[in-house]
Design a protein around this ligand. Structure first.
Ligand SMILES: Nc1ncnc2c1ncn2[C@@H]1O[C@H](COP(=O)(O)OP(=O)(O)OP(=O)(O)O)[C@@H](O)[C@H]1O
Length: 480
């Protein structure tokens, strides 16, 4: 793929993000990749069938229009589910297999292009329950053994370990455990590791479901009139693990999710959830669910630092060697990838897969030059930092020497009103949040109050040089 195509793709993504807003973008498009452009057609890939059908039915026209704004000659978009090259597709296991006591070969077996090396993806739990619920397939590579711990994920890893090894009658320490992180930073890995380890211990039944599976399970159970059995079976498990909660859609599914969550937590069962955003940002969920989710332990996993990226790469090479003994990647090459492929774990995996493929197919050794060529398109320009409303409130409060709760309060003294207006103005200009959403995040204010604040500050900065400078400094601090 040419650099020009990659450039267009970056611009299409920017345009799409601006049009649909940050939240919708990260829910549906963050994992969409460009596969190629040919004969006036653009081929895009997404990781799941669910994403594909959702984008196709809701956003196909819009994606095409964004492309045409960049390249008018583009006449059609083809959406595919990403091939199993990077992550072998899970064969559907009709009958639940018993869990192996030790699920990995100790190296977090990573076989790269030739499949997962085990040829098996197991489901968990007893067949009766799985007939009703259909636990999502687990990848045998995603275990605690293959999870590399670094500064950004220490807390999440420790909490996950703690939950995984807890015994049936141990007091539940954090419930729900809610892990959030950007795309490809290891949420699924950690959740599946908990599931493998929890089930291997045999103390409690651990069920791993993607939100998509939860929705489809529920909807199809409703269709076949077995909703009651579905709910009962779900409530009968020891630990419920739900991945990608941001995809939970639909009023009745959400209501059911809320009941299930309450029933499990009240019965002392463990619930573990992962999402790409904190509970407060799950705007489609109602307040009760959000506050229940925020009531346990909420842990954020940050971006993977260079050191951690290097360790992940080293672990991956070692694991790949279990299946491809001659595969050797010199340290300078690994360091180069760790330095330049910064985006997420999935890109690191992709980079190594390419080196492995190249090495296996051509027989040429892996060199720095080859790596530079192979991973070129995985080196993405730094995305501007996503500013959070909480950060705006914290930094503005510090600057004006008031507390964050002052900003959210109904106090109307001058020393609080101005900072609050500045903070609302920054929220409007630095984030893609709507006026009502900003109002909600500032102590439940009406959107007209936010609009008034934004206009007020806009009016003032034109004449008040000191204020304009102050705001510039705040912006810089927030975007650093
Ligand atoms: N700390 C880590 N140690 C080892 N591998 C990691 C780590 N973090 C991420 N990875 C790897 O990066 C890839 C992406 O991780 P994963 O699928 O868990 O991301 P995610 O956060 O669930 O992403 P998404 O938001 O797209 O669901 C996986 O191959 C995973 O094994």
């Amino acid at each position: 793929m040419s650099n020009a195509d990659q450039d267009s793709w970056s611009r299409v993504k920017e345009r799409l993000r601006a049009e649909v807003g940050d939240d919708v973008y990260s829910s549906w498009f963050a994992r969409m990749d460009l596969e190629g452009i040919e004969d006036g057609g653009v081929r895009l890939s997404v990781p799941t069938r669910f994403l594909k059908s959702w984008i196709q039915s809701h956003y196909a026209e819009r994606v095409l229009a964004c492309w045409q704004a960049q390249q008018p000659e583009v006449g059609r978009i083809e959406l595919i589910v990403r091939s199993a090259v990077l992550k072998p597709a899970a064969p559907v296991v009709k009958k639940a297999e018993p869990m192996p006591a030790a699920v990995s070969n100790g190296s977090g077996a990573y076989a790269g292009i030739n499949g997962n090396g085990h040829g098996r993806v197991s489901t968990v739990g007893d067949p009766g329950m799985h007939d009703a619920l259909g636990g999502s397939p687990l990848d045998p590579r995603l275990t605690f053994e293959s999870f590399v711990v670094g500064r950004s994920n220490t807390l999440a890893h420790a909490a996950a370990k703690q939950v995984a090894i807890a015994r049936r009658n141990d007091p539940v320490m954090f419930n729900p455990l809610y892990i959030h992180a950007g795309v490809g930073l290891g949420k699924t890995h950690l959740l599946q590791a908990i599931t493998w380890a929890g089930n291997a211990a045999g103390e409690r039944k651990v069920l791993y479901l993607t939100a998509e599976k939860f929705m489809y399970g529920f909807v199809s159970a409703l269709r076949t009139q077995t909703a009651l059995a579905f709910k009962e079976a779900l409530r009968g498990i020891g630990v419920l693990v739900i991945d990608d909660l941001q995809f939970l859609q639909g009023k009745s599914t959400q209501a059911e999710f809320c009941h299930t969550l309450n029933a499990l937590i009240d019965a002392g069962r463990q619930v573990i959830i992962a999402s790409d955003r904190p509970p407060s940002d799950l705007e489609s969920l109602d307040d009760r669910v959000r506050s229940r989710l925020a009531g346990g332990l909420v842990v954020e996993m940050g971006t993977l630092g260079e050191e951690l990226r290097l360790e992940i790469l080293k672990a991956r090479v070692l694991a790949a060697r279990a299946h491809h003994p001659s595969f050797d990647v010199p340290l300078p090459v690994l360091s180069y990838i760790a330095k330049t492929v910064t985006h997420n774990g999935r890109d690191l995996e992709g980079a190594l897969n390419r080196l492995l493929a190249h090495n296996k197919l051509t027989g040429h050794p892996v060199t720095l030059e080859m790596a530079e060529r192979e991973v070129r398109d995985l080196i993405r320009p730094q995305e501007p930092k996503r500013v959070k409303i909480e950060d705006i409130q914290r930094i503005v409060a510090r600057q004006y020497n008031v507390s964050r709760s002052d900003l959210l309060s109904s106090r109307r003294t001058a020393n609080v009103v101005r900072p609050r207006q500045v903070a609302m103005y920054l929220a409007k200009t630095l984030t893609l949040r709507s006026l009502p959403e900003i109002g909600r995040r500032f102590g439940g204010r009406d959107h007209t109050t936010v609009l008034h604040a934004v206009r007020k500050i806009e009016g003032l900065v034109g004449n008040d040089v000191a204020l304009a400078e102050e705001i510039e400094i705040l912006k810089r601090q927030l975007q650093e």
